[in-house]
Write a protein that binds this ligand. Sequence first.
Ligand SMILES: C[S@@+](CC[C@H](N)C(=O)[O-])C[C@H]1O[C@@H](n2cnc3c(N)ncnc32)[C@H](O)[C@@H]1O
Length: 270
Amino acid sequence: MTIHFHEAVPFDLDESGSEYYQDAWIYDHDFHWYKLDAPFYRNMVGSIGGPVLEIGCGTGRLMVPWLKDGLNVTGVDLSEDMLERARQKIARLGKATAANATLIQKDMRRLRFRSQFNVAVCAFNTMMHLYTHKDISLFLRGVHRSLVTDGTFMFDVLNPDFRWLMRDPAKRWSRIRFKHPHYGTTYHYTTNHYYDAHDQIVYVYVYHEPVDEKDGPSYVLRFGHRIFFPQEMTYLLETHGFEVENLFGGFDGSDLELYSTTSVFICRRR
Ligand SMILES: C[S@@+](CC[C@H](N)C(=O)[O-])C[C@H]1O[C@@H](n2cnc3c(N)ncnc32)[C@H](O)[C@@H]1O
């Protein structure tokens, strides 16, 4: 079998920065284990009440519990494949509950709501798909416009980890064997990445190689992540009309430290 393995190098982020989200089955399969954030956001959002805006709602992982709690939720995402999966999950909740959900295919840099939401959530590193100052500014202005005065904006991004960022881009990492949840093909899954320290962008490659040659060619899904430092993010928020009320180093409310994997921001819209 020909193995299409590349040393990770930068790629066009407009074209391929979100390529990874074109297969929602893989996304749900890859992250079925990730449940750390859901109780946190469920409690926080529940204590504030709707209407709720989820930006980058994906396959509805967080939206579904909020809808079950009786909240009115609008989910925005760029990927039609991810939204279709969310639609299917929401339909299974029954007509009355599903009526409280609105799904919109939209770029998060072009939000056009007006003071409609009490709370906006942008979970699980979604803001790391904002690559330039212009992207970040367009996004934060859109969130600000969407929220009522004193509304809450919550999100999490990865805390920079140089042990991971500095991995050799010519090697493969995270080798596992898995079966595609929908098509049944068994793949070897590996990743590598390249970190551009100037632009603070990590270019990630996710390789899928069928174990059996007859199952078709290997393929690569890529994504880019903008790395944000906590004080840089705080400055961006403050200059776009938000006050940071809390900055945690995890969903247990712990302090942000050097080895915290996640930065969780709770902000007030001024
Ligand atoms: C890591 S996933 C998070 C999905 C969901 N919030 C969750 O927690 O499972 C990031 C999501 O952001 C979406 N996304 C990436 N770039 C976007 C953009 N420019 N506008 C809107 N959504 C975007 C992707 O399609 C994907 O569904």
